[in-house]
Ligand binder design. Structure first.
Ligand code: NAP
Ligand code: GDD
Length: 375
C-alpha cells in the first residue's frame, strides 16, 4: 500500500487530496495543528473511527515551524509521497504577519526537504510543493507572447506571502538538482470550492450572496473589484497534484484554466445564481452594486437595494492586478483535463452556501436540526 503524508490536511486542498488518495487506496497521514477548538471540520467525514483496524487516515499533531516534530513524523510514516500544502495562505494577512509567514511558508518547505534528506529517504520519497501564481506578481511585461504566465515566466512577488513562497519554490528546485530528489513545484493559480476559507474573496461573495438572498444580511463590503483572477475548482487541482508525483520526471508545472475574470464579474455571476441581476454604479471607493431585477420568487429582494459597497480597508499595500495561467504543459504531458469551468464553480459554491445558510436561517427561527439535515 502506498503511503502519503499531507501537511495542511485540514485546509481546503488537503481535505480534497486526502479524499482522492484514500479512494486510490493509499494510507494517508496528515499533520494537524493543536488548536483550542476542533479544526478538522473539512476531514471529519473521512475520519469516522480512529480505532478501527482498517482506518487508513492517521492524524499527527505538528507544525511546519518545528523541525524535530516534522522529522519524527516523517521517520514514523516512511512516506512514498509528501504533499506540502501547509501554509499561512492569506495574502492580505501576510502583510500583518510577515515574519511568521517567512518561517512557515518559506523555511517550512526547507524543513520537510531536509528531514527527508537526513533520514536517507531521498530515493524513496517524492515531494510536492504547493507553489503559487502569486510568484508572478501580475506584472504585464512578464507574460509570454500569448498573454499568459507559464513555467518560464519571470517571478516578481508582491506580498510577504509571495516572497516566502518564492523561497519554497527555489529550495524545492535546489534540492531536486543538488540531491537528485523527486521534488516538484505545482505553480497553481487560484482554485476555489464550497470548502474555500470564508475570508478569500470568492467564498466571501458566495456566502454573502446566499445570506442576502435569504434576508440574513443586508450587504457585503469588498476591496478591489477590478482585480482579475484565473479561478478553477480545487477538486481538479488536487487531482493534478497527484499526477505531478506520478510523472516519469520531476519537474515544475503550471496549473490554471487560461481564463481570467474580475472580482466584480464573480459577484455578478453569484447573484445571477439566485435570479438577481445587479447594476454597478460609481467608481473606485464609491462603487456600489444595486439590485436591478429579481427573477426568483423564492428570494424577494427589493429593486434598487444596495447590496455591495467598497471598503478600502480590504485594499492591499501592493496588489496583484491580474493573473492568467497557461496550463498547456500539464495538459499535453500529463493529460490533465479539468471537469469544472467558472460557471460550474460558481454554481457549486452557491448551491452549497444556500444550503448552509438555509440551515442557519432555520436554526435562527428556533428550528432544531441534526448537522446533516440540509446536506
Ligand atoms: P488553506 O485552506 O488556508 O489551508 C492551509 C493549511 O495549512 C491548513 O490545514 C492550515 O491549518 C495549515 N497550516 C497553517 N499554518 C501551519 C503551520 N504553521 N504548520 C502546519 N500547518 C499549517 O489553503 P489551501 O487553499 O488549501 O491551499 C493549500 C496550499 O496551496 C497552501 O500552501 C497555499 O498557499 C497553496 N496555494 C493555494 C492556492 C489556492 O488558490 N487555494 C493557490 C496556489 C497555492 P489550520 O486548518 O489549522 O489553519
Ligand atoms: N480576500 C479578499 N477580500 N480579497 C478581495 C476582497 C475582499 O474583501 N475584495 C477584493 N479582493 C481581491 C483581492 O485584492 C485580490 O486581488 C483578489 O480579490 C483575490 O483575493 P483572495 O481571494 O484573497 O486570493 P489571492 O489571489 O490574494 O490569493 C489566493 O490565491 C493565491 C494563488 O494566486 C490564495 O489562495 C493564495 O494562498 C494563493 O497562493
Amino acid at each position: 500500500m502506498k503511503v502519503a503524508l499531507i501537511t495542511g490536511i485540514t485546509g481546503q486542498d488537503g481535505s480534497y487530496l486526502a479524499e482522492l488518495l484514500l479512494e486510490k487506496g493509499y494510507m494517508v497521514h496528515g499533520i494537524k495543528r493543536r488548536s483550542s477548538l476542533f479544526n478538522t471540520d473539512r476531514i471529519d467525514h473521512l475520519y469516522q473511527d480512529p480505532h478501527h483496524p482498517k482506518q487508513r487516515l492517521k492524524l499527527h499533531y505538528g507544525d511546519l515551524t518545528d523541525s524535530m516534530n516534522l522529522t519524527r513524523i516523517i521517520e514514523e510514516c516512511q512516506p512514498d509521497e509528501i504533499y506540502n500544502l501547509g501554509a499561512m495562505s492569506h495574502v492580505k494577512v501576510s502583510f500583518d504577519t510577515p515574519e511568521y509567514v517567512g518561517n512557515v511558508d518559506g523555511l517550512g518547505t526547507l524543513r520537510i526537504l531536509e528531514a527527508v534528506r537526513l533520514l536517507g529517504l531521498e530515493k524513496k520519497t517524492r515531494i510536492y510543493q504547493a507553489s503559487t501564481s502569486e510568484l508572478y506578481g501580475g506584472l504585464a511585461e512578464n507574460k509570454n507572447e500569448r498573454g499568459f504566465y507559464d513555467e518560464n515566466s519571470p517571478f516578481y512577488p508582491r506580498s510577504p506571502y509571495g516572497v516566502a513562497k518564492i523561497y519554497g519554490f527555489w529550495i524545492t528546485k535546489n534540492y531536486r538538482e543538488a540531491y537528485n530528489m523527486f521534488a516538484c513545484n505545482g505553480i497553481l493559480f487560484n482554485h476555489e470550492s464550497p470548502r474555500r476559507g470564508e475570508t478569500f474573496v470568492t467564498r466571501k461573495i458566495t456566502r454573502a450572496t446566499a445570506r442576502i438572498a435569504l434576508g440574513l444580511q443586508d450587504k457585503v463590503y469588498l476591496g478591489n473589484l477590478d482585480a482579475k483572477r484565473d479561478w478553477g475548482h480545487a477538486k481538479d487541482y488536487v487531482r493534478m497534484m497527484w499526477m505531478i508525483l506520478q510523472a516519469d520526471k520531476a519537474e515544475d508545472w503550471v496549473i490554471a484554466t487560461g481564463k481570467t475574470t474580475t472580482v466584480r464579474e464573480f459577484v455578478r455571476m453569484s447573484f445571477a445564481e439566485v435570479g438577481v441581476e445587479l447594476e454597478f454604479k460609481g467608481k473606485g471607493v464609491d462603487e456600489k452594486a444595486l439590485v436591478k431585477k429579481c427573477n426568483n420568487p423564492e428570494y424577494q429582494i427589493e429593486i434598487g437595494k444596495e447590496v455591495l459597497s467598497v471598503d478600502p480597508s480590504y485594499f492591499r499595500p501592493t496588489e496583484v492586478d491580474l493573473l492568467i495561467g497557461d496550463p498547456t504543459k500539464a495538459k499535453e504531458k500529463l493529460g490533465w483535463v479539468p471537469d469544472y469551468d467558472l460557471k460550474d464553480l460558481v454554481e457549486d459554491m452557491m448551491r452549497s452556501d444556500i444550503k448552509l445558510m438555509k440551515k442557519d436561517q432555520y436554526l435562527k427561527n428556533g428550528g432544531y436540526t441534526t448537522l446533516n439535515y440540509f446536506e
